[in-house]
Design a protein around this ligand. Sequence first.
Ligand code: GLN
Length: 279
Amino acid sequence: MTFAELLAEVSTAVGGQPQARWVIDEVTSGHWSPSEDASAVAASARAMASQVSSGQPLQYVLGHWAFRNLDLLVDERALIPRPETEFVVERALQVFSKGQRSKATCVDLGTGSGAIACSLSTELRSVLPEVYVLGVDLSSDALELAALNVVRTGAEVELLQGSWWESVPSALQGSVDLVISNPPYVTEDEYATLDETVLREPKMALVGAVSSEGILGFAPYESIVRQAPRFLSSGAVMAFECAPPQVEALRVLCEPLGEVTTIVDLAGRDRGVIVECPW
Ligand code: GLN
């Protein structure tokens, strides 16, 4: 079997050539050699392709996925890290690095796979002498995966189980410099319309409850923002990912805390907000 033949077969099974390349790269470690035992490679590729064609997300089948500079383990225990979240981290770090800082005490609320927390640790420690990162999640499954990713990436991240700020130690009051959160924000109605592959991800990582003011999928932001002030240092930065229709309400919620900027993604869609608290 030639590479082209295998690529054609797997492409049909997984619904596209780029996805097929990911699968074949995975089973060949990125190097197809004509002398290789093509039938063993093809069998492994077919096994992966059949999982994808049965609705399993490609990322879960591969078992790992890139997020910024990192290669993270991904599985059913947590949301698959997404490009929009990479962009939120990018913008948050740009804004954060404008300040004259000697330390970064960071909290990732709803850390899931640990993607944001591990990125903050590995990226900030090369520029700041004192970096502390706490990742919080309600899901013990997600925290198990996050712990594996902390080890895998060499990050230094403390992980705690709890709902938003609930388990964040009181010792951190007044000292948190950077908060990033990609909370669940999909509405129940939207959830019913999502692709089958997205439904394989944990529902609790996707669907946000209705806020006290009746805003759909918005309850997590309400909890996070209302309880943030006692933890924040002066000059703290907060960054949140949200769905485009939630940006206005999120801006209003955050305005009492500082200067609010909308995060506009590369496709021109409003995908979150950044809050810069006064010094
Ligand atoms: N961006 C994800 C999606 O639309 C949602 C992520 C989240 O709820 N935090 O599938």
